[in-house]
Design a protein around this ligand. Structure first.
Ligand SMILES: N[C@@H](CCC(=O)N[C@@H](CS)C(=O)NCC(=O)O)C(=O)O
Length: 200
């Protein structure tokens, strides 16, 4: 089934993750550039679509989908020919969900803590992501034995987590810059033809 997808984009934002995913999925989409300086994301029209005033956002046949991992998961299912998500109900699907949700609920807040130089809290057991080091240890453990998070198979979870880690390295998060394992992983991600198409 073909969809009409409108993609709200700014290349210097998390929307770049969705751009890469749209290319991986092989989706047809129309891009609307969102200029933060001009306040494009704070107009009444934009806020009627997403009251958060944030991108990435896609509008698919009139339905609004926001949140990078949700958009990625939807695209992976809606474009099955791209083979970016394991079969529903399979153990690999469980692993895939593990990484997608870990990305949104643990990697993302842990990286933002680092980028904003927030001091670590003493009660790490009260935080869903524990600590930045615990999160990074977990990602490294997930990547030690195989090229991708699901093993030999590249998936949409790699799009999300590979993009997040690449973004954090770019912003100078030291432990990410120092990790050869993560550097190799991000390099593999960035060699994907779909990723390279987003740069032109
Ligand atoms: N929870 C959202 C976060 C999206 C987000 O923070 N987007 C930023 C750009 S990277 C944004 O739109 N900021 C504009 C603003 O808040 O004014 C997701 O994971 O997609």
């Amino acid at each position: 089934m073909s969809h009409k997808i409108v993609f709200y984009h700014n290349p210097k934002s998390r929307a770049a993750i969705v751009h890469w995913m749209l290319e991986e999925a092989g989706a047809d989409y129309e891009t609307r550039l969102v200029d933060f300086q001009k306040g494009d994301n704070r107009t009444p029209e934009f806020l009627a679509l997403n009251p958060m005033g944030k991108i990435p956002m896609i509008v698919v046949d009139g339905t609004v989908i926001t949140e990078a991992p949700a958009i990625i998961a939807w695209l992976a299912d809606a474009y099955p020919a791209a083979g970016l998500a394991p079969e529903v109900g399979s153990l690999q699907r469980g692993l895939y969900y593990r990484w997608l949700f870990f990305g949104g609920s643990c990697i993302e807040p842990a990286l933002v803590d680092q980028m904003l130089h927030r001091p670590p809290v003493e009660q790490k057991s009260a935080l869903g992501w524990g600590s930045f080091d615990d999160v990074l240890d977990t990602v490294e453990a997930g990547l030690r034995a195989a090229p991708w998070l699901l093993g030999e198979r590249f998936s949409a979870a790699d799009v999300y987590i590979g993009a997040e880690l690449g973004w954090a390295g770019h912003f100078g998060v030291q432990r990410i810059k120092d990790s050869q394992l993560i550097d190799d992983y991000v390099t593999r991600c960035r060699q994907r033809p779909a990723y390279l198409r987003t740069l032109v």
